[in-house]
Design a protein around this ligand. Structure first.
Ligand code: UD1
Ligand code: UDP
Length: 364
């Protein structure tokens, strides 16, 4: 008998994680994936573009929740997702990452007694002022099957009382997607489109509330980027959360400091792969730069992805904007970094996740 797994996506980083999982599931005819998009992200460049690029199937259901306060957005996802579960009565709900959609759908499933699988379980920043940390903790509190991307995540879960037998170290599905699309990204040569020379520009993404929601801090960050752009051209694809705030800070784009709209996956990967340096607060970008061997400076006080520091190219800067220029110049003055990549970030995580799901749902 076919067993249905309701798979949830909602926000930009979910799409890259889900694509290889769905691909992996397609090798198991006894398992049927039913794809739900919550609609947490909805702009063409924050959502639809990725379906075409990553070969994701059209969602079976779009909950079209849109933006709102955390409480209202989460509540709307929960109400609408509950109707989906009432109708589908799936064997399992699979969520990825740490966004509001992850929390909302796992909670609804658990309340209905439906098993929850969480991909990227166990990551912890230990900073509860981060909305994502609350999402991670609550999701893992109701998860039945835990998929870890790194050994530190297993340690965190076991320390919280999760039986080791429920945790599977499977590698990183986001890096499956990177490895699949890297040849196309290199061939795209996106730098030239923006007037940049390969290997000679800094790429910036910032969207965490802790960086962009305080005008004073954002103002200081933008001043630091201006100073950096005197030494090396800077390109900054601006997340919608950041867009309005940047406008308030009032910075004109110059050839040396370009603000552009959010980019499609292949174009952004193309820019990451040939950047001299990346400055970010994104979770996914910390991992992707590690897999690419590109130096990454993370403008945050902490990271839930410490493996990108210990076994990758990521350096945690803290939140003092005065650290940006010295750290960036140190990278620019330094030599090439030897490429390193965490174990199992090898392009096969989606297949491993599907195999565990198959063994769990169709034992024997
Ligand atoms: C969300 C996630 C964050 C993740 C990020 C990925 C939560 C709590 N936060 O943050 O963990 O790193 O996505 O990008 O789940 N907006 C648009 N168009 C869109 C989507 C959003 O204009 O398609 C604007 C709206 O003004 C909205 C704001 O961006 O209010 C923030 O969107 P929201 O989904 O609430 O949080 P993100 O900052 O995107
Ligand atoms: N990304 C993209 N276009 C952009 C910026 C980022 O396709 O303009 C991709 C990036 O390569 C990674 C993912 O979006 O795969 C990261 O998502 P985001 O930074 O929004 O969320 P986070 O990982 O911080 O939760």
């Amino acid at each position: 008998m076919t067993k249905e797994i309701v798979c949830v996506v909602g926000a930009r980083p979910n799409f890259m994680k889900m694509a290889p999982i769905l691909q992996g599931l397609s090798a198991h005819p006894e398992l049927r994936a039913y794809l739900v998009h919550t609609g947490q992200h909805y702009d063409e460049e924050m959502s639809r573009v990725f379906f075409g690029e990553l070969n994701l199937p059209k969602p079976d259901r779009d909950l079209e929740v849109g933006s709102d306060s955390h409480a209202l957005q989460t509540a709307r996802i929960m109400t609408r997702f509950d109707e989906v579960l009432e109708e589908r009565k799936p064997r399992m709900v699979l969520v990825v990452g740490d966004v509001n959609s992850t929390l909302a759908c796992s909670l609804v499933a658990a309340k209905r007694g439906i098993e929850v699988a969480h991909v990227e379980a166990g990551l912890r920043s230990r900073d509860r002022s981060m909305p994502e940390e609350i999402n991670r903790l609550v999701t893992d509190a109701v998860t039945d099957l835990f998929f870890a991307t790194s050994p530190d995540a297993i340690e965190n879960l076991v320390a919280e009382g999760v039986p080791r037998s429920k945790v599977h170290l499977v590698g990183n599905p986001m890096i499956d997607t990177l490895r699949l699309h890297l040849p196309a990204a290199r061939a795209r040569r996106a730098a030239a489109k923006f007037g940049l020379e390969e290997g000679n520009y800094a790429l910036v993404t910032l969207h965490r509330p802790s960086n962009v929601d305080q005008p004073d801090l954002l103002h200081r960050i933008v001043r630091a980027l201006e100073a950096l752009s005197v030494r090396i051209p800077v390109i900054f694809p601006v997340h919608p959360r950041t867009r309005g705030r940047i406008a308030d800070v009032g910075v004109p784009s110059s050839p040396a400091l370009q603000f552009v709209d959010p980019l499609g996956y292949v174009e952004f990967l193309s820019l990451q792969a040939s950047a001299r340096l990346v400055l970010t607060d994104s979770g996914g970008v910390q991992e992707e730069t590690t897999a690419l061997g590109v130096p990454c400076l993370t403008h945050r006080a902490n990271t839930e992805r410490p493996i990108t520091n210990s076994e990758g190219t990521n350096r945690l800067l803290g939140t003092d904007t005065a650290a940006i220029i010295p750290a960036a110049f140190e990278v620019l003055d330094g030599g090439a970094v030897p490429p390193r990549c965490p174990a199992l970030w090898d392009g096969h995580a989606g297949g491993r996740i599907a195999a565990v799901l198959h063994a769990h749902l169709s034992p024997g």
